[in-house]
Design a protein around this ligand. Structure first.
Ligand SMILES: [Fe+2]
Length: 482
């Protein structure tokens, strides 16, 4: 009886082992879908499987789906293990689409025979196609996540809190490095897909850390852009976006960092030449708003300090800023320094505003971990910098597109104080008391005034001014043009 019991235990043990081993090798998705690069009438879906497969997307305007979309090249439908990538085309503007991703294992393929394993299908998800000339839309920008499990949760919770956004921009240094191709799904697609990426599209930019690691040269397989390059442009409504690729931070010839494998100075020159053509294009010139993403700031205190670690910053600034300045850029969004800072529009070397996001996420640095939300309407652009401690922005800058003057709700005083430039005065509409200092563009103080609740008009001659507002121990500076 006892020996029979032992035999039965041994059989159960081996059955369990067989089941575990078999489960580990089952054909399966290793991440759920992640939408990228939404353009007029199209969006690209990424997902990953653990074995060689051929894939398709089932989609339709109802959850009944009905249309199969494949990806093929030169007449051959794609087969591959790992990342699966299919572009959905001919989408109706603003239309809601339902979809699921499907993969069929290809177990062998010879010249005259093929055999297949199981077919797997994801859950059904939905997304809204890019609207035609949207009058108003919003997006979130994250930078320097240097991703780990903690901050991927942070990103998803922020996105889910902002239901009104249309897309997400990852402005570089999403990870520390890519040493294995599996890192892309493990660190980006999988966590962000679960959080929001099956429904909201993302636009990806490289930071300097995206260039590091054995798998960094495979990054292009995991990113969709309109051109296939990591620098590109796209439009939403009357907003023209430019995405730049900053390259590495140290000099290319620093062997201890790049092992004679870096060519970023030439790469930035190549982009600057491309950028010259962009700013001359009718689309750029005719856009009402121009927003530039670049992981490295165009203006920063460390620029021109001569430190070898700032070589990339200097090269970005000298090559890109000289092309962009005075071409009507409204806003540059960047990161890299891990120290958040908002630069007002008036600056001796930058003819537009710049927001440098802070980061990376760290439980002890909630104050300095930031994200930016940009909302655009026919008449107003509002860019708000938030940290994790409050639903009130650290700082807000805004542009009145209708009157070509600047309106600003001020740091920590959201909706408490606004400033408008009229023809012959600076008008402050405040619900609280604040100290106002007005500087000319040379930095000379021209007016100092205490304002209280109500409207205060400061008569001024025509020109551009920096208006500094001090209230509740916070100081913010905004530009007003008369
Ligand atoms: Fe960086």
């Amino acid at each position: 009886m006892k020996s029979q019991h032992i035999k039965l235990s041994v059989i159960i043990f081996f059955l369990l082992i067989f089941r575990i081993v078999n489960a580990q090798t089952d054909f399966a998705f290793t991440c759920t879908p992640f939408l990228q690069n939404m353009q007029d009438g199209e969006v690209t879906v990424f997902w990953e499987v653990n074995r060689n497969a051929t894939s398709w997307v089932e989609m339709g305007q109802t959850s009944q789906l009905g249309t199969n979309v494949i990806s093929s090249k030169a007449g051959m439908i794609d087969i591959g293990s790992g990342i699966q990538k299919i572009k959905l085309k001919n989408l109706q503007p603003g239309q809601k689409y339902f979809y699921r991703v499907c993969s069929k294992e290809v177990t062998s393929l010879t010249g005259y025979s093929a055999s297949f394993g199981n077919t797997i299908k994801s859950n059904i998800y939905s997304f809204n196609a890019k609207p035609q000339s949207p009058n108003s839309f919003a997006f979130l920008v994250f930078n320097d996540l240097h991703v780990n499990t903690e901050n991927s949760g942070f990103v998803s919770s922020v996105v889910n809190k902002n239901k009104d956004i249309n897309f997400v921009v990852f402005n570089g240094d999403i990870v520390n490095d890519y040493n294995n191709e599996s890192d892309f799904c493990k660190l980006i697609f999988s966590p962000f897909s679960k959080g929001f990426g099956t429904e909201k599209p993302s636009y990806m930019l490289r930071g300097n850390h995206e260039t590091r690691g054995a798998a960094a040269r495979s990054y292009y397989k995991y990113v969709a852009t309109p051109t296939g390059n990591f620098y590109y442009t796209f439009k939403w409504g009357n907003v023209f976006f430019v995405a730049l690729d900053c390259g590495e931070d140290k000099p290319d010839n620093l062997y201890s960092s790049y092992f004679d494998l870096a060519d970023y100075d030439n790469y930035r020159t190549e982009q600057a030449e491309w950028l010259k053509e962009v700013v001359q294009s009718n689309e750029y010139k005719n856009a009402k708003v121009r927003i530039v993403f670049n992981h490295m700031p165009m203006v920063n205190e460390t620029i021109n300090t001569g430190s070898y670690e700032d070589h990339g910053l200097n090269d970005n600034s000298s090559k890109f800023l000289s092309v962009l300045n005075n071409t009507g850029v409204n806003l540059v969004l960047s990161g890299h320094t891990h120290q958040y800072k908002v630069y007002p529009k008036v600056n001796s070397s930058l003819s537009c505003a710049q927001i440098v996001g802070g980061a990376p996420f760290n439980a002890s640095k909630l104050q300095s971990t930031t994200y930016t939300k940009v909302q655009i309407t026919d008449t107003l652009i509002t860019a708000k910098l938030f940290n994790l401690l409050s639903d009130s922005p650290i700082e807000t800058i805004a542009w009145d597109l209708k009157n070509s003057t600047d309106i600003n709700n001020i740091s920590g005083l959201d909706n408490q104080l606004s400033i408008r430039g009229n023809n012959d005065s600076i008008e402050i509409n405040s619900k609280t008391s604040a100290k106002i200092r007005v500087f000319n563009t040379d930095g000379k103080l021209v007016v100092e005034n205490q304002v209280y609740a109500g409207i205060t008009k400061l008569p001024m001659s025509k020109g551009a001014y920096l208006v500094q507002i001090e209230s509740n121990n916070k100081v913010s500076t905004v530009k007003v043009v008369l």
